[in-house]
Each structure stands twice: as structure tokens, then as C-alpha cells.
Design a binder for this molecule. Structure first.
Ligand SMILES: [Zn+2]
Length: 421
């Protein structure tokens, strides 16, 4: 067994992944099936599907099966990252403005390919990418090259360029005679927002991301951007085309307009009040809190997390997140990774727990809940007929969420991409 496993690791290193033929029986210490923890379960994989998950006794006699022992490990569904930017890298390396203004789409695509691999190695088998941030449809092409097996990476759901109100997005800080490339596509008026939604969907966006509020000038507070009618027109256009809209919003009014217009998720939601979270719950709108983005940005601004007390922004975010938890609104796992390093997606899980969420609920959010919010009906669970997107970590993440930092086994679509002992 030992020698077979080392051979697997070697192949993974040399060729990127190890294609399993026939049946593979995974034998971990326990299985988190996306909802609950089961001691002693085994999982059988055939092709790219799970064909059995349960107690070994329930398994029919099988032959020609390769067995992979995962001692002391918890096997679970691959993580579904709910808010990423594969085309961004940490702002303490290069500011967002400089990434948009100085890095070509070609450079950003190459970086994106590296980020996609890092994400997969961190156990992210699916990612909802929330906007190419000035790189056009590069996210659509990244998705295509991953799907075609050219580069390793998670399954992607992509937003394309995203939509902002005219005048309401950056890079900012130039006089009015200077034309700069923007981090998203602008639109104003009913006709134009309808046209923009259609164009983006036609160019390969899986869903539409809209900025329901933003700062109008550098350093100013966020204010609502689109009129309710414009948001409603975008939602109607997307849903008539079989798609949906998600909204960046952090002000109560921006959030309220987006909720009432019928978006499916609110991104960030920093200024959410009990009343707004209640409205989200009543309307079936989920919250993607992106705790790790704020935590990273405050550190980039000089906050020494280990030595200093929380900044006002962090304190406010903790308060609004606890209001969200109390309200019972559905919470999506999504950290806005790209603002911080790709592959460090676990940072959002750590913060969700330290801001008051139960570890098992965090694991659910990152698997079965995200799958259901993102319309992925065969992902996010360890269950018969579901996709063989499986990862394993040492120890029990429902007792110590910190173990999610070291993902030791990654299978996507039935292929093993990582197996370290
Ligand atoms: Zn984002």
C-alpha cells in the first residue's frame, strides 16, 4: 500500500493529476457528507461519480477496486469558494488600481492560471468568480481552458466584466480629461442595462454581477448607484435568459434595492442591519460576507492583528455578521480571495468561526449550502450519483476549523490532483 501511495504522489507531481480507472474505494477516518459527520464511512468512486457513501457493511462485493487509505483524515466534498477573483492578486503586492491600469490581460491570464492551480491544491473544486476586474472576459477563457483540461483548476462559475453605474467605479483619481480602463462595464438607463446583461451573457458570463452601491469619488462613503428600475430590468433580463444576478452592496439602501429587485446573493453586506437581514431572509436572498477581504485590507493599511485591538471597520463587521447570524439569513462561504493570496481560502473559514459561526455550519456553507445557492445540483455532497469532487484533511474540522489550512487529498471529477501523506 505504502509504495502504491508514493507512486500516486510522484505521478501527481510530474503530470498534474492521476487519472483513476475503474473503481476507487476511499477509506478515511470519517466522512463529512456536506451536512453531517459520519465515523467509519467509506466512499466508492467510479469515473467522475460517487457510487457509494456509507458504512463498509453496506458495500456490495466489488472486484478490481483500488483502495486508498486516508488514516486520521476527514473526507468531505470539495470546497466551493463563493467569491473569488482569479484575475487579481493581493493588493499589498500591487494595488488594485495598478493591476487594472498596468497589467495586460495576457499577464493577468497567466497569473490567473497559476491562481487556479493554487486554488485546486487548496481543496477548492468549484469557484464562483465575481468579476474579471478590467480583464474583459479573461475569466470565461480561464474557465474554458480548465474545462478542456489545458490547465488544472476548479470548476468555474464566472461573472465576466460585471456591471457598474456610469461614473461609479474605478480606477479613480484622474482629472476628467484622462480616459482610463475601468474595472467593470458601465451602463445607465433601462435600455442600456438590458443590452449589457444580454451582451455579457452572450459572451459567456454564467451570471451577472452588479454593483448596487459604490463610492462615487475616491475616499468617499459608498452610496447607492443604480435606480430600483434599472436593477429590476437587469434581474428580469437575466432571469428570462435562464440566468441570475448577484449584487455587490454594503449600504443598507443599496442592499434593500438589490434585494427588492430580486438578486440572489448580496456580496459583502457590511452595513447590513437586523431589518435588512430579515428582508433578505424573507426574500430568499443569501449573504456572502467576505470577512477575509476586510481583514486583509485592514492589515495592508497597517493594522497589526496580533498586537493591536480590532479597528473600527473590523468591529463594525463583527457586529453586522453577528446580526446576520441571529437573523437566520442563508450565509454563503466566500472570502473575496484575490484581495489576499489564492490558495488561502481557509482564512474566511477561520474568521467565520472566530466571528461566531459554528464550525459545522461553516463547513456546510462551504459545501452543500453554496452548491444549493449556486444551483449546482450534483456538487457539495458526498452522496451516491454526486460528482467525485472530494478532499481530505487531517483531523476533524468540525472540532478544529484550523485543519482546513492543510488539505492533503484533492480529487476533482474523479481524478486525483493531490495526495500527500
Ligand atoms: Zn470581490
Amino acid at each position: 500500500m505504502k509504495s502504491i501511495l508514493s507512486k500516486v504522489s510522484l505521478v501527481v507531481i510530474v503530470f498534474g493529476f492521476y487519472a483513476v480507472s475503474g473503481q476507487t474505494l476511499l477509506m478515511p477516518e470519517r466522512v463529512f457528507d456536506g451536512e453531517t459527520m459520519h465515523e467509519g464511512w467509506v466512499v466508492l468512486v467510479e469515473g467522475n461519480r460517487i457510487t457509494y457513501a456509507g458504512a463498509p457493511a453496506g458495500l456490495q462485493e466489488i472486484t478490481g477496486t483500488s483502495k486508498i487509505a486516508l488514516p486520521d483524515m476527514t473526507l468531505m466534498p470539495g470546497i466551493i469558494e463563493g467569491h473569488s477573483h482569479l484575475l487579481l492578486h493581493p493588493y499589498n503586492e500591487t494595488s488594485w488600481n495598478d493591476q487594472v491600469l498596468k497589467e495586460s490581460s495576457a499577464e493577468r491570464a497567466i497569473r490567473g492560471a497559476v491562481h487556479a492551480n493554487k486554488s485546486l491544491m487548496a481543496g477548492i473544486t468549484t469557484m464562483r468568480d465575481l468579476g474579471a476586474e478590467g480583464a474583459g472576459y479573461t475569466d470565461v477563457y480561464l474557465k474554458k481552458t480548465i474545462d478542456e483540461g489545458i490547465i488544472p483548476g476548479p470548476r468555474l462559475l464566472v461573472a465576466g466584466p460585471a456591471i457598474v453605474a456610469t461614473g461609479a467605479y474605478g480606477p479613480k483619481g484622474f482629472h476628467d480629461g484622462v480616459t482610463v480602463p475601468l474595472g467593470a462595464e458601465t451602463a445607465s438607463g433601462i435600455d442600456e442595462v438590458i443590452k449589457t446583461v444580454r451582451r455579457q451573457l452572450g459572451n459567456g458570463a454564467n451570471f451577472i454581477k452588479v454593483y448596487a452601491d459604490y463610492r462615487w469619488t475616491p475616499g468617499a462613503a459608498s452610496e447607492p448607484t443604480f435606480l430600483p428600475q434599472e436593477l429590476e430590468a437587469m434581474v428580469a433580463t437575466a432571469s428570462s435568459a435562464g440566468s441570475y444576478v448577484v449584487a455587490h452592496a454594503s449600504t443598507p439602501e443599496g442592499m434593500r434595492r438589490a434585494i427588492m429587485a430580486g438578486v440572489e446573493t448580496i456580496e459583502h453586506g457590511d452595513g447590513g442591519t437586523s431589518e435588512i437581514f430579515q428582508l433578505m431572509k424573507e426574500n430568499g436572498v443569501a449573504l456572502c460576507p467576505t470577512l477575509a477581504a476586510g481583514d486583509a485590507i485592514e492589515q495592508y493599511r497597517g493594522w497589526d492583528k496580533e498586537k493591536e485591538e480590532a479597528t473600527d471597520r473590523i468591529k463594525a463587521k463583527k457586529r453586522s455578521f453577528s446580526l446576520a447570524l441571529k437573523s437566520g439569513v442563508t450565509i454563503v462561504f466566500g472570502g473575496d480571495v484575490g484581495v489576499f493570496a489564492h490558495g488561502e481560502n481557509y482564512r474566511e473559514m477561520d474568521l467565520m468561526v472566530s466571528y461566531g459561526m459554528n464550525p459545522l455550519d461553516v463547513l456546510k456553507a462551504a459545501t452543500s449550502v453554496n452548491a444549493s445557492v449556486f444551483h449546482l445540483d450534483k456538487a457539495g455532497k458526498v452522496k451516491k450519483d454526486f460528482l467525485a469532487d472530494l478532499i481530505a484533511v487531517k483531523g476533524d474540522p468540525s472540532k478544529d476549523i484550523g485543519v482546513m489550512k492543510e488539505v492533503g487529498f484533492v480529487m476533482k471529477d474523479g481524478k486525483i490532483y493531490k495526495h500527500s501523506e
